[in-house]
Design a binder for this molecule. Sequence first.
Ligand code: SF4
Length: 528
Amino acid sequence: MDFKSSSGGGVSPWQSAQQRHLRRNSVPVGGSTGADTLQMYLAPPTGQISLEQFDALAVERLQVLRAFERADQCGKQKYSGEWSSFILAELKRQKLTTYLRLLDPRPDTSVDLIAEACRRDHVSHFILRLAYCRTDELRGWFITHELELFRMRFMAQKSGDSVVYNFLADNGINIVKVSDDERHQLWEELRAATARLGGALLDVTTFYTVPFWACVELVRGRRVLVRAGRAYLPGRDLAVVAANRLRAHLQRCLAVARRVLPSVESDTRLRAVLNDFDKQYTGRQYGVESGTTGGASVTPADLDQLSVQSFPPCMRQLHDRLRSTHKLLHGGRMQYGLFLKAIGLSLQDAVTFWRQEFTQVMDTDKFNKQYLYNIRHNYGQEGKRTSYTPHTCGKVITSGANDAGCPFKHSDRDHLVKLMQKFGISSQDVASVADIAGQGQPQLACQKFWQLRHGCEFPAGAVAHPNQFYEESRKQRTGAVSKHAGLDTSKYTRASLGGRKSTSGADGTVWDDTLTTEDMDEALSSAV
Ligand code: SF4
């Protein structure tokens, strides 16, 4: 539906409303204004922002949109109370306070804090447009979760609130409150059209009329009364009307952004941030600090017991394979070795552990020559001396070669069923896990596995990392609270981030990591 056209010549009501909204919501990236808490994202932000801020704001929004995705994956009914509570709990757990303020406004929140939250929301939305405009699939994902975010924000406003009226009017949606007299006259028809509200609720519901074309799916679904070209809908359905407008706007803007993306990416600094952004891991960086078992270290003697109690299936199968064959291929050694490092196995213990196993099928000399280097390399003691972090679920799921991989992704059903039974899942429950895996949801299947093994809900939202699986299991089994407490509070350092400001280059090059007004204008305007 094209909302733009309404009059033949001159400036249409929609265009002038847009211009009013643009003036009201022109937000500089570096400063705050009294912007409305609801946004149609018509005007791109202007001003300067550092590359690190650019990256951090984008990752923050990605975390928020993924919280909405997780709610869908966990089967929460959209826009229900349970769905909203799940999302607010996720945001709280990940300390995304900016978005908590927008989605769960408190009367005592200062105007400055709200304005800052709006600024971050505005800037990050335009950055993600650039990152998510590439393919139909990415555009679909982005629009779906942006609309969910938008509707939740809309629902958080009181329907009689001036914010809602201003927002709808600014976006060319002319709403009229139905008077008590008219409501009384149409009561029977309204009741028939909105039976889902129930008789009791109907009595206390405020109705509005909007042009019927602004809510065609409600009309199509016979969920509203239509009279003389206007649809009568309860206040809570105004969110549907506003979301329709935003959907149409985003579809058009993402198509435009896709066309201009090559010119935006000619700036290598932006390309480094935007490339593969959708694959960005947004959880905690495990293994950056030592041990995740509340600071306790793990020794080789603990591993058999820990593997049975708390290892995720991807690691437990590698442990079992190593114990029985005394060998693992390179992919499996990397996956398992980095996992062990992050749960607190020291370098010295790692060498002892791998040597004990490998020297059962080869001599010590061969082990030292061919395998010792890799173990030390994982711990940052060889080569570039980078201390590598353990693999995320995303990485394990996309591997699947040389012994690496996730059984929920890479095992056929028969093998998975046998594995689950071996790992202690009852015959009745095995089918439910295998069914979820069969639907292409390995992380959800893993979450179900965790719940069956521990007899309670997985407390950290959704399984995103093998070390998160392990850490939550240790907390559940021992009551130990890790110093990380399962919070996704990682510092989002991106290896791809280019162009740090530095004068220390061998050739004296100065790298500029600040995007200028022109850079920002050009990049973000492209996302309009
Ligand atoms: Fe391991 Fe993640 Fe697969 Fe679970 S979902 S088995 S933690 S890779």
